[in-house]
Design a protein around this ligand. Structure first.
Ligand code: HXC
Length: 257
């Protein structure tokens, strides 16, 4: 399927989405968010895909929601059409998603990267929530996910000043899991994605769901959830296979059930 604003490919068990509006630094318009969702719908349905990598260009992962498209919006229109709800679906996916970020990840671009499960960043990456400069605030989870990721002090600093954070600061703060040289970004992201995709899918989905619980509930509830899910995995073929393979000193052959 051909998309207007993204490129989509599959390498082995990894689905790759490349944001492709270079003339606007991958500004996220309605079409782009719809295209990402359509591609993710396909990857979620495809049993052969175990992980997704989402990336942009060397200059910009995404410089934010499309300001030209937002400029004339009204309050009732924005509230009633709930267009931005489409963004939420990206953060609700079950399969693991890695954001491979180079260049600017600003505003909605930073929010999109944070909807992925973790961020591998090139050494030229810059993160920020500069919406305050436009007299608005982050609207796709930035005030929440950024605060969870890097704590109140830095999240407030970024949201109130609109300043950009370089990749070293972002890694120190916990927003980024790994920094790699720009030239190696896709190689490293694909290596991580292939490593993930080689695991048993039920355990991947369970791990993702359980870690995400840590952001949504109390410690006691989260621990109970984890124990249930852990127990449930003993009902899978792949748990028997994984443990047998370890004991027999061979590679496991997972069947995703
Ligand atoms: C629309 C954008 C854009 C954006 C860049 N462009 N960002 N268009 N929406 N968010 C366009 C520019 O208008 C320009 O088009 C082209 O991309 C290149 O950008 P330049 O500004 O010329 O590049 P440069 O000088 O290198 O500066 C890069 C930049 C700057 C620092 C990233 O573009 C910038 O500050 N962009 C806006 C960042 C921002 O405020 N993001 C938050 C948006 S609000 P032309 O046609 O002029 O060549 C948001 C809310 C989220 O994200 C809510 C979600 C629900």
């Amino acid at each position: 399927m051909a998309y207007e604003t993204i490129l989509v490919e599959v390498k082995g068990k990894v689905g790759i989405i490349t944001l492709n509006r270079p003339q606007a630094l991958n500004a996220l318009n309605v079409q782009l968010i719809a295209d990402i969702n359509a591609a993710l719908d396909g990857f979620e349905r495809d049993d052969t895909i175990g992980c997704v990598v989402m990336t942009g260009s060397e200059k910009a992962f995404a410089a934010g929601a499309d300001i030209k498209q937002m400029q004339e919006r009204s309050y009732p229109g924005t509230y009633l059409d709930d267009k931005f709800a489409d963004w939420d679906r990206i953060g609700q996916r079950r399969k693991p998603i890695i954001a491979a970020v180079a260049g600017f990840a600003l505003g909605g671009g930073c929010e999109l990267a944070m909807m992925a499960d973790f961020i591998i960043a090139a050494d030229n990456a810059k993160f920020g929530q500069p919406e305050i400069n436009l007299a608005v605030i982050p609207g796709a989870g930035g005030t929440q996910r950024l605060t969870h990721a890097i704590g109140k002090a830095k999240a407030m600093d970024l949201c109130l000043t609109g300043r950009f954070m370089d990749v070293n600061e972002a890694e120190r703060a916990g927003l980024v899991s790994r920094i790699v040289p720009l030239a190696d970004l896709m190689t490293e992201a694909l290596k991580a994605a292939e490593q993930i995709a080689s695991k048993s899918l039920p355990s991947l989905l369970s791990a993702k769901e359980s870690v995400n619980r840590a952001f949504e509930t109390t410690l006691a509830e989260g621990l109970r959830f984890e124990r249930r899910v852990f127990s449930a995995l003993f009902g899978t073929h792949d748990q028997k296979e994984g443990m047998a393979a370890f004991i027999e000193k061979r590679k496991p052959e997972f069947k995703n059930y």
